[in-house]
Ligand binder design. Structure first.
Ligand SMILES: [Zn+2]
Length: 213
């Protein structure tokens, strides 16, 4: 993939996430890493999504050196690069403050496994990573601690982090995290939430070829 193609993908998924209301205002950020060069295309800080163009997308090294672009990279670039440095299988990171999932991040409650889609897209529940100050690499460090055999997590009092081998996967995982949180919130209003049993979860993990728990 060329740098131009990477920047286009970052732009396209940013605008899509904004339209889907996963991003509000200028919050939220996403990035992808080129497996060959290690360069990271990432959203710029504080640029409105509706008017964002391909030239606004930043390209940085894993150490934050600017390779292309005229802005600052997202203020959360250290969280993104911390994940890339520690996970060779991850090449895309999507970070949102989507409202229903962030509700769980505020109460420090994991999102339980309430839907079969959660197994396919998230590999189980959505755990909560401990609070760390915004803009720090430690946000990524804490997320990595709970992202074992999971594809998304909540950042305490902050938002959502979804990872994947590409932007398509990381983005859809952020979508399903918000969807699960929304349905779980609705279910709590109606009555008792019943989590899928560990046994049923593991039957699906076996089918999917991922480690049982
Ligand atoms: Zn954030």
């Amino acid at each position: 993939m060329t740098i131009l193609e990477m920047k286009q993908a970052v732009l396209d998924y940013s605008k899509q996430s904004y339209e889907e209301k996963l991003f509000a205002g200028t919050s939220g950020n996403l990035s992808m890493r080129d497996p060959e060069t290690g360069l990271v295309a990432i959203t710029p800080g504080s640029i409105a999504y509706p008017t964002m163009t391909i030239d606004d997308v930043m390209v940085i090294t894993l150490d934050g050196k600017i390779v292309e672009g005229f802005h600052n990279p997202s203020s959360e670039w250290k969280m993104h690069t911390e994940i890339y440095k520690n996970r060779n299988d991850v090449h895309a990171v999507v970070h949102t403050h989507s409202p229903y999932a962030t509700g769980f991040a505020v109460t420090h409650d994991r999102i339980p496994v309430i839907l079969i889609e959660m197994m396919f897209f998230l590999y189980g529940d959505v755990p909560v990573a401990e609070y760390r100050i915004p803009g720090s690499a430690e946000l990524g460090t804490e997320a990595l601690k709970v992202l074992h055999n999971r594809t998304a997590c909540l950042l305490a009092n902050h938002g959502v982090l979804a990872i994947g081998p590409n932007l398509d996967r990381a983005h859809i995982r952020a979508v399903y995290t918000e969807d699960a949180a929304k349905i779980c919130t609705q279910a709590k209003i109606i009555g008792t939430v019943h989590e899928m049993s560990k046994d049923e979860q593991n039957k699906m993990r076996r089918k999917m070829g991922i480690p049982e728990e």
